[in-house]
Design a protein around this ligand. Sequence first.
Ligand code: KIV
Length: 285
Amino acid sequence: MTKVTIPQLQKMKDRGEKIAVLTAYDCAFARIFDRAGIDILLVGDSLGMVIQGHPNTLPVTLEQMAYHGRAVARGAARAHVTVDLPFGSYQVSPQQAVESAIRLVAEGGAESVKLEGGAPFAATVEAIVRASVPVMGHLGLTPQSIHKLGGHVVQGRGPEAARQLREDALALEAAGCYAIVLEAIPQGLAAEITASLRIPTIGIGAGAGCDGQVLVSYDLLGMDASFEPRFVRRYAELAEVVGEAAAQYLDDVKTSRFPAEANAYSDLPSPVRLAASGGEGLATK
Ligand code: KIV
């Protein structure tokens, strides 16, 4: 299985083929998404919210990103793996950013890193790319800036905000980003930015005019039934499926229907069972 490379992602934009991106946080989901053909697995700092239960992404650390990155990389035979630089790991200086990016590659399974911010981060992007680490940019609603933005709110509305975003996108491309996430901006503006750039844009809440789309996998899978923002399409109701499975298990344990004879081991080794497991270890069936 050959990996999706950055030149391949560029070719996808050039020939008008859409790029499919999903967040992943562990090996089990990464393997499923990879086998489904997802092009990029983003180890997003959204894990602070969907995995750790924080109200925002700000408490996530570099060590935690590296831990989840390693797990995802083990499940990604084909998909490109990009890992978020978390809050506080790159804003201090370009040197700090290079050191953090190198750690995510060396210890966190990252094939590229993502950071949030526009023109003020151009020098940072240049420094990381100079260290041979590809960078994905992230503009619009940048969750690490929620306190400055006043919450998770749509960005780029109005001529001045739109002009700023257009300039930021061009600055990130010139600095060497290989792709840019556009989050929660008007679809017309996203399409305009996409047309103005050579590199691919990956939209989330930015309409169909982007070169690719990204969703938080837990949103797409319906892991939190109460979370229903406009930009998400739910493809499964896992909260329901998992809840029903747990309730069924609970009932079976309480009523002694689990474990059954078939789930238990007898006193004497069974030749048939041991053969099924290769003659050693625990027989499965
Ligand atoms: O952290 C994340 O999951 C992200 C996506 C929402 C783009 O940055």
